[in-house]
Design a protein around this ligand. Sequence first.
Ligand code: NDP
Length: 255
Amino acid sequence: MRQTLFDLSGKTALVTGSSRGLGYVMARELARSGARIVLNGVDPTRLASAQAQLKAEGIEAETLAFDVTQEASVVAAFAELDKKGIAINILINNAGIQMRKPLLDFALDDWNKVIATNLTSAFIMGREAARRMVARGFGKIINIGSLASELARPTTAPYASAKGGIKMLTRAMAVEWAQNGVQVNGIGPGYMLTDMNQALMSDAHFNNWLMSRVPAKRWGQPEELAGTAVFLASSASDYINGQMIYVDGGMLAAM
Ligand code: NDP
């Protein structure tokens, strides 16, 4: 049978922060499109339950619990994959955290943690993955940005700084590695219904603001990111390098 442009058979994808939320849904869709998947998160119990959930759907997933901010752990994780003969062709740098506080009250440790988790981790993971992808002449890296790659809201300064950084890291990686067959692009989700936004979902004032601001007049469902992830992981996007695609219900298009 003819393979479709979006077929990921024969590819292996590692999605960071895929024990839940957007990462889980993207990993599941890559698997449904034919890829072998490796799940990651910090909490091994949550990771095991994500693996079991997928198994119930007939999807076998490898799991690797490690902290993406720790260089030694990242290096060890890739060494373990090498030892098992698992070559990562697709990497989604998705792990992230949010910390909301007025900038005047931000402690340096908290600032550093948000930057390390949302930005520096993508450098460490991307470098380790790309060292192997460049040698093989093929790879797809997808960095997860945010509306905050473009816009700031009060109380989210380190997050916005990190996500703005993701947009430029995506371009920086793309221009270095495109010649080696490695495409690097990003996805900027709008406001999606995940654990990260629990505080906002139950905040009536925020909900009113969001409904007035987002043209689609609703929150995004995590599943609505999955197609863009498959597209950027597939051969359909082979000549796309260094772009951010925003999946935001039109928010960035609106005044
Ligand atoms: P969740 O809070 O639902 O899930 C976060 C995931 O990241 C979990 O799997 C968590 O693992 C993992 N994680 C956190 N820190 C680390 C770490 N140091 N090392 C490894 N894994 C880690 O987040 P979302 O699914 O909402 O967000 C996913 C990405 O999408 C983030 O980068 C976020 O910034 C971005 N995003 C989300 C939006 C939204 O509206 N939800 C909007 C725009 C961007 P564990 O379970 O072990 O804690």
